[in-house]
Each structure stands twice: as structure tokens, then as C-alpha cells.
Design a protein around this ligand. Structure first.
Ligand code: PLP
Length: 751
């Protein structure tokens, strides 16, 4: 097992993800190290080293009291906010074990960090409280519904709200919430998650009836693994961690003194009126204005997902209209700008539950970007961030991700040849000729704005927009796309699949597109064959007749396995082993497949084409397989056989560098062109430009037919994290490229 190599300090990184975590300030790191090496004692030890440690501990507690305005009550050092939340909830629920409420409820804000509802659910079950756990709705601005609280607070055993939201920066009016709670229920315990408020808002906890307030060090320049919990005097309390009796028996375990020393320094900075580390609200507002302008100037059409008037200035949450969050984050990341998706704290989530609760559109919620900076950010850092964001504009323009203005005359042609566009498992294809004619296959509604930008920016003439069959789940995309691009579309009558009614072929300068009826998946299924002048089929757009490593479903209305057998045989007579099969779906992330490999990977197809089975036998087996699949998978249009797992060779950065010295070794950047354009890989990895290719997954099919790759060469594939390049490496290996390697961990681990 190789040792984990710490990457070097990132030179040009612009870190705008402070709500996720912050770097430890150098002066804080210094005292942390001091507490590890010099003042390293155990606060429970009776000797001088221990006494010194104990002094540091108690001094930090005192400073914490001043910072959060808590002269009364308890302050405990915890491992972080999640532990504070557990402690508060467990304390309340144990105390409520013998409550007499007929319909007990546990209330929490709908936009709360997941640590809160998940902890409520967990302990409500474990402790058998059996209360109803109810989310308090918020309005469009993310502000809690006070009437709702008023309605339910009588039945509540606990209410959990937050001071500042981590995704949007929206803050709540705590005194208004307090009035509603306490005018009706003086007993209910109230927890306020203050994690994102520290250093950004004044807190006077002892002057409120807040029972519990958790804090976390790593959100404000202290190390991870240290936090605080404030407990109001007299509020229910049960130690969450029992043991040696530290923290007056309230939280056992040897104290994390280095972390506490870090908090000590942090609090000193916050309390020192002369110190300028933490910026005033006016300065933070100015930072936000600057970033706001930089974003608008760069992306043009942006929707901000929260009202700045009720948000702390350190968080900007937005969606770039017509660009997915993945595209924006990839672009930012490639340029060294670290931001997060709106739902960053909920791993795997594609939509932000916070924005959903605020009634944002699905688009906003799915494509939210959160940009957050810490309150110790300097003007120089913010100016640098703005400059780096603005520098992306040329990349966006060159890649048709924004409509270019007339002051940018050198428009790069970004999509010559074939490009695949994907939305979930569905694929659209755009083919552009050297003289700017284009056709689109299998349009997808969600991709219309993207196509519009490409077509208008490149001033393409669209010869056809074609469906390979009337897709049951997206039949209207064709009409919508035709109307969106009507100014660029060649006039003339077309059939319901978009094919010109007066012609059998579509003539392009160096190619011809032919239509072949290939029923099977549906009655109206056709395939479009793009033939070079030589007559060779370069691309076969077969819709859902053939999918990578599989065949389309025939168990749908109009599906017919016998017809499919006939269509496949007919197609086989047209295709050559190198013809690239371009399907309507790619559930398995295959990206590019040629006819030879497609047959190898689809036993039923192979058996039919080799003559091992006849059409009737094919149909019988296909029907049976479809029936079986129908019950197992919910992929409407087709299914795939289990794609053979392909072993890819993984290389470390140093191994990659050794190979790249060889004459026939090349680096392939598998990221999209807009990412490739955002940083210079050949400089980063010290590889000559001539040996650096950019073949994104979306252009793999194109690369195959253009002879961009040579089976005698060695290729090292790279992307940001090593995931996309691994897929591409598997894909190329399947296609018979034997010397293909993946740079394990991607650019992230190149230092
Ligand atoms: N609450 C909020 C609002 C947060 O932003 C976070 C961290 O993302 C937490 C709680 C959890 O904090 P910790 O990482 O210290 O457990």
C-alpha cells in the first residue's frame, strides 16, 4: 500500500467553500502546534504540566462565554456540532420519557442541517419516545413559518431551529421565534444551531431562552474535531459520553486540548477590537457585491436562490440559467475555484432539500451552486477570486456555454464533427460539418438551451432535427427544438420524425445521411447512417434498437422481436466493424462503441449475425429476456446485458510521468473542453503540448472515427478525480487499445 502523499499547497486555488470548512489560520495553527508539543498536558493531571493545560481549558471557556454572550449556563467542549446536536436532543428526549402529552411532536426547521432531523429520528426511535417529527415550513425567503410554530408548539417536546442556514446564508429572526415559542410553551426545549452564525452575527445567548446552542470550530478557521455546546442553566441534561468524569462529568474523555487551544486563539481574535482579522459586516457586504458582479458579468443569466436582504453576506447561492451545476462546478474546479453544489452537505443528493423547502424550481434546486467565503477573507483574496471568475468568460464563450457578445470575434468552432450530449441516461447527438452545417439526433427537452447557444453562437445551419422513433417519454422535444432553432433550420416539409419528406438522403458536403427503417423496438424506429464519400458508414444513429452492450426493449407498444431480428440483419449488411454505434440511451456510461465490439458484448446479437440462431429463435430468446428485464429494471427503452467489467491499469502521478517521457506516450484529458481550456494541463504535468490531447467523453465517438488514436501508442487518461478518465480508459480498453492507463486520483492528487 503506497503512502498517502500530501499534495503541495495549491498555488492558484481560490477557495470559496467556507461553509463546508475553512483552512486553519496560521496563527491558530501555531497555538494548536504549541498545545501538541509544548503545552501538551492532560488537564486532569495534578502536576504543573497538567495545571497549565487546565488553565488553557478554563481560559478558553471564559472567552467562549464572552464571544457567544453566555455568562450563565454551561459551556462544554465537544468534537463538533454534530455531537452538540446529539447531546441536546438526547438530553431532551430522556427528560421527556415520561411526558404526558397526548400527541407529542418534535419540531425542526425544514431547512435545518441534516444532522438535526436525522438525530431527532434516530433517538426518537431508540428511546421509544414515538413523537411525530414535524418539519416547520419556510417561506420563499427561507424564513420559518411562525404561525405553524404557534399551531404546534403546545404539543412540542422540543423545537430545533437554526441561526444561519449553511446552504443559503439565510438567517432567522430568533427573537420573533422566541416570542412565539415562549408565549405558549415555557417548558419546551429550544435548540438553535449556531454553527454558521459564529463570527458573522452577534450572539447574546444568556439573554435568550435558547436551551442549547451547538458550535463547530472548523467552520471558523479552527481545526476539525473541536466544537462547543452551550446549555442554558436548568435545561435538561444527560451526559452523552460517560467515562472518566471530565468536564465536571458532563462530557467524559480526555479533552481535545490542541483543538481547544485553537478555539482560544480564535476567540481572542474575535474579541480583540484592534485586530483586523475578522471583517466588519460592511466589508463583508462589499465582498458579496464584488462577487455578485463578477458572477453576473461572467455568466450573464443567473438566478440567485435567496434574498440577500435576509442572508449573511458570506454565502451566495445561485443557479446559472441553462448550465447544469455539474458544468459550472467542473469549470470552476478546473480553474482552481472551489465551490460546492447547493446540496454539498448531503452527499449523493441531486436536489437541495433547502431550496425545495423554499419553493425553488426543480431547475434551481438541482443546479444550485454555493459560493461561500469566511469572515476573515481579505480584499486581495476576494479581488483575486473575482478576477479568476471573470477569466472564465472567454472559456465559456469559446465553448458556447454563454452567448458571445460582439466584442469576442475569435469564436472557436467547438463542436466540429460528432458530439454526444446527455441528460441522465438519454443521449442526443450533434453533428457539425466543416462548413457549419449540422444535424441533431434525438433531441432532449432539457438540452434545448444548450443547443440553442451552440447553434446561435456558431451560426450553424441546421439541415435536420431527427428522432430515431417517437420517444414515448419525450415526444415533444422534436417540435420544441425545431421551434427554438427555426431561424437556423433549413425550410421544408418533414415527416413526424423530422426527416425531409421529399428526399431519401440528406446530402452534406463530404458525407451523406441515409435513413433505414429498423423496426423492432417500435414500429416507427429508424436508423440514420452517416456515410463518408467512400460509402463507409462512420456513424450509425440507431436510437433504441441497439444500446451499448445490449438491445432495445421489445416489450413496449409496437415492439416486435421478429422485426428486430430482421432489422439487425439488415443493419449488419450496412455496417463495417469500425462503424460507431450511437444509441439513444447509454445507461452504462459507455460513450463510444463500434460495431465489432458491440457484437462481442451482446451474445444474442452475435448469435443471430453468425447464424447460430434464426430470427424465430432470436425472437423467442429476446421476448423472454425482455419479460425478465421488465420485472427487474425500470429502464423503459432498453436494457443491457451485464457489461463485462474491464480492468483498467491505474498509475500514480510519478508512474505516469515516467511513461510520458516515452516517444509514443500521450496524455489524454478526458474533461470537457471548457475545463480543459480553464487550466493548462501540459504545464501542470510538464508534458509537451503536442503530447496532450483533449478527448472528453462526449467526443469519444468522434475521436474513434477521426483516427485521433493509434493502437500502437500508449495513452494516459486524466480528469479531475480519476472517475471520468477511468470510464474512458475502460471504454478504450474494450475497443482494443491495449496500452491505456488511468491516472489514479486524477488531477486532484498531482500536487
Ligand atoms: N450544522 C450546520 C448548520 C452545519 O453547517 C454543519 C456542518 O456542515 C453542522 C451542523 C455539523 O457540524 P460538524 O461538522 O461540526 O459536526
Amino acid at each position: 500500500m503506497s503512502e498517502f502523499l500530501l499534495p503541495d499547497e495549491p498555488k492558484d486555488q481560490v477557495y470559496l467553500d467556507a461553509n463546508a470548512t475553512t483552512p486553519v489560520l496560521p496563527c491558530i495553527a501555531e497555538v494548536v502546534c504549541h498545545a501538541m508539543q509544548i503545552c501538551f498536558g492532560n488537564p486532569s493531571s495534578p502536576h504543573i504540566t497538567g495545571i497549565q493545560a487546565k488553565h488553557l481549558l478554563e481560559q478558553t471557556r471564559q472567552k467562549a462565554r464572552t464571544v457567544i454572550g453566555a455568562q450563565q449556563g454551561d459551556i462544554l467542549f465537544t468534537s463538533g456540532a454534530t455531537e452538540g446536536i446529539q447531546t441536546a436532543i438526547v438530553s431532551t428526549l430522556i427528560n421527556a420519557k415520561h411526558h404526558t402529552k397526548p400527541n407529542p411532536v418534535l419540531l425542526y426547521g425544514a431547512t435545518e442541517h441534516k444532522a438535526v432531523p436525522n438525530t431527532l429520528k434516530h433517538w426518537n426511535t431508540v428511546l421509544e419516545i414515538n413523537a411525530d417529527i414535524i418539519a416547520i415550513p419556510v417561506n420563499r425567503d427561507g424564513i420559518l413559518d411562525l404561525d405553524f410554530i404557534a399551531q404546534h408548539i403546545d404539543d412540542a417536546l422540543m423545537i430545533c431551529t437554526m441561526a444561519v442556514n449553511n446552504e443559503t446564508g439565510v438567517y432567522q429572526d430568533l427573537s420573533a421565534i422566541e416570542k412565539v415559542i415562549r408565549s405558549r410553551n415555557s417548558q419546551v426545549t429550544w435548540m438553535v444551531d449556531c454553527v454558521q452564525a459564529l463570527g458573522k452575527q452577534q450572539l447574546n445567548l444568556s439573554e435568550t431562552t435558547i436551551d442549547y446552542a451547538p458550535f463547530s470550530g472548523h467552520k471558523l478557521y479552527a481545526p476539525k474535531g473541536i466544537g462547543l455546546l452551550y446549555i442554558r442553566q436548568g435545561s435538561p441534561y444527560t451526559p452523552f459520553i460517560a467515562g472518566g468524569g471530565q468536564e465536571s462529568g458532563m462530557r467524559s474523555g480526555t479533552e481535545n486540548l490542541p483543538g481547544i487551544a485553537g478555539l482560544n486563539k480564535l476567540f481572542s481574535l474575535l474579541l480583540d477590537k484592534q485586530d483586523e482579522t475578522f471583517k466588519s459586516i460592511d466589508v463583508l457586504n462589499l465582498y458579496r457585491d464584488k462577487l455578485h458582479s463578477a458572477l453576473v458579468d461572467t455568466f450573464g443569466s443567473i438566478t440567485f436562490n435567496h434574498d440577500f436582504a435576509c442572508s449573511v453576506p458570506t454565502t451566495l447561492n445561485f443557479a446559472v440559467n441553462d448550465l447544469t451545476s455539474k458544468e459550472v462546478i467542473d469549470l470552476f474546479d478546473a480553474a482552481g475555484i472551489r465551490v460546492s453544489g447547493g446540496s454539498a452537505c448531503s452527499t449523493g443528493a441531486t436536489q437541495s432539500f433547502v431550496l425545495d423547502a423554499m419553493g425553488a424550481s426543480q431547475w434551481q434546486s438541482e443546479n444550485a451552486i454555493r459560493l461561500s467565503f469566511g469572515p476573515a477573507a481579505t480584499m486581495a483574496q476576494i479581488d483575486d477570486a473575482c478576477e479568476q471568475i471573470r477569466a472564465l468568460k472567454t472559456v465559456l464563450q469559446a465553448n458556447c456555454l454563454v452567448i458571445s457578445d460582439s466584442s469576442f470575434p475569435l469564436q472557436e468552432v467547438c463542436a466540429l464533427g460528432l458530439t454526444q450530449f446527455r441528460h441522465q441516461g438519454a443521449c442526443s447527438w450533434l453533428y457539425v460539418t466543416d462548413d457549419q452545417y449540422a444535424f441533431i439526433i434525438d433531441p432532449i427537452i432539457e438540452l434545448i438551451p444548450r443547443f440553442e447557444k451552440i447553434v446561435t453562437t456558431q451560426n450553424l445551419t441546421i439541415t435536420a432535427i431527427l428522432n430515431t422513433h417517437e420517444h414515448q417519454e419525450r415526444h415533444c422535444a422534436l417540435d420544441l427544438m425545431r421551434s427554438a432553432l427555426k431561424e437556423y433550420l433549413v425550410a421544408g416539409e418533414v415527416d413526424k420524425l423530422g426527416w425531409p419528406t421529399n428526399s431519401d438522403t440528406l446530402q452534406l458536403t463530404t458525407h451523406v445521411l441515409e435513413k433505414l427503417a429498423t423496426p423492432g423496438h417500435s414500429q416507427d424506429s429508424v436508423s440514420y447512417l452517416l456515410k463518408a464519400n467512400s460509402g463507409d458508414v462512420q456513424y450509425c444513429f440507431c436510437g433504441d434498437l441497439i444500446l451499448p452492450a445490449g438491445l432495445g426493449n421489445t416489450a413496449l407498444d409496437g415492439g416486435d422481436a421478429m422485426q428486430m431480428a430482421h432489422s439487425l440483419t439488415m443493419l449488419a449488411a450496412e455496417l463495417n466493424p469500425q462503424s460507431v454505434v450511437c444509441s439513444g440511451h447509454d445507461y452504462q456510461q459507455c460513450f463510444a462503441m463500434n460495431w465489432a465490439v458491440q457484437q462481442q458484448q451482446t451474445p444474442l446479437l452475435q448469435a443471430l449475425l453468425k447464424g447460430d440462431i434464426n430470427d424465430a429463435e432470436f425472437a423467442a430468446q429476446k421476448q423472454q429476456a425482455d419479460l425478465q428485464q421488465h420485472t427487474q429494471a425500470n429502464t423503459l427503452c432498453g436494457y443491457v446485458n451485464a457489461k463485462p467489467a474491464v480492468e483498467t491499469s491505474q498509475l500514480s502521478f510519478n508512474q505516469a510521468k515516467e511513461i510520458l517521457v516515452k516517444g509514443n506516450a500521450y496524455l489524454i484529458d478526458t474533461r470537457e473542453p471548457y475545463e480543459h481550456g480553464a487550466n493548462n494541463l501540459s504545464v501542470l504535468l510538464n508534458v509537451p503540448i503536442a503530447k496532450t490531447l483533449n478527448i472528453p467523453l462526449s467526443r469519444m465517438a468522434h475521436a474513434l472515427t477521426q483516427g485521433q488514436l493509434d493502437k500502437n501508442n500508449q495513452y494516459i487518461l486524466v480528469c479531475r478525480s480519476g472517475n471520468r478518465s477511468k470510464i474512458a480508459a475502460a471504454n478504450l480498453t474494450e475497443l482494443g487499445y491495449s496500452s491505456v492507463y488511468n491516472l489514479s486520483g486524477g488531477l486532484a492528487l498531482t500536487g
